[in-house]
Design a protein around this ligand. Sequence first.
Ligand code: COI
Length: 349
Amino acid sequence: MEPVISITTQAERKVTDTKSLPFGKIPTEHMFVAEYAGGKWQNAQVVPFHDLTLSPLAMCLHYGQTVFEGMKAFMMNDGKINVFRIDKHYERFSKSLRRMCMPHVPKNLFSDAITSLVKVDSDWVPSDEEGSLYIRPFMIATEPRIGIKESDNYLFMVVCSPAFQYYSEPLRVRVETDYVRAAEGGTGDTKCGGNYGGAFFPTHKAKEDGYDQVLWTDSVHHEYIEESGTMNAMFVIDGILITPALTGTILDGVTRNSLLTVAREKGIAVEERRISRHELAEALEDGKRVEAFGAGTAAVVAPIKTIAIHHKEYNCYIGEDALMYQLKKHLFDIRKGNTPDVHGWNTII
Ligand code: COI
């Protein structure tokens, strides 16, 4: 049986103008925390946001046994608040935990933690068109011990932060062929901290050369597109929506899945398959209309205006009638309650 969540509120900080702040900089007033010890979850609480006290020996600090999710809550047009696709995020969180040998979180504990916290901090959900409340559930290994083993103790926490546009401008990306993000059998489809830490250096190098992000390629041929920085990669070539298939080395993005579902329902041809950098370069060289974009919870739909493939830059289509904007609008309409939520993606709290 999962623990009952106790709620302690404290109205200290007022909601300020969060729009001008960088993504994820300001937490809301409260957080959720539950402890895992003796093989069970206990002390599940919504409490005022506070810093943690951890032993310097805590295993998450040394061996990267950490897993996280990124989700969003939206204010609908009628003023109600919904949390988007709790089930799909729970499924991925559970899969990541299994891969990182971390304890299972019961479904009710996961969803009650999120909905209780969002309810308590509902004043922080932006009402603006582009605004949302970013929700970050995560788990860390806390057992104090330098020896390598799976931790016996964990914290499962949820924090939130008001979010607006993650990228304010269309992106310039570089297809990465020297460094890889993930290899088959690794943790590429796991939302674990190490995947992101390992990406900093190649991304830093790309930024030094004037790009915003890298487009990762596969670890064997350095040829097939995988994903981009913080997002899944998607392309529209000759009206077909193409995205790398879920082969185990890329994240099963919830925005990716939502956009593919919406596209199929609109009768748009969708292909989940390998797409090579050569195929991409050829389409661009042949003068085909190519849209490229990133899809992710934080970024939503992030248009790519320039792709560098092997030292040559190509321009992608970012005109107003681009398919990516139509898909983004459809998603937005579901979240805002302008279009029926036929899949039950919105959990109204
Ligand atoms: C997300 O899109 O939710 C992510 O986790 C990506 C990033 C903010 C690290």
